[in-house]
Design a protein around this ligand. Sequence first.
Ligand SMILES: [Zn+2]
Length: 47
Amino acid sequence: MYFCLSCGTVHQITGNPDEVVFKTGFHYVRSIKYAVGLCGRPAKKMA
Ligand SMILES: [Zn+2]
């Protein structure tokens, strides 16, 4: 699991080649520490 900066939510790691999970950044969600990453999906809100 990681916190996606582009979606602002927590995702499962899927192994998608566009997916990036940073080893140096962390984000707390309800006292749970998640790695920070990007799922690589375009933000649909922008359309
Ligand atoms: Zn995402």
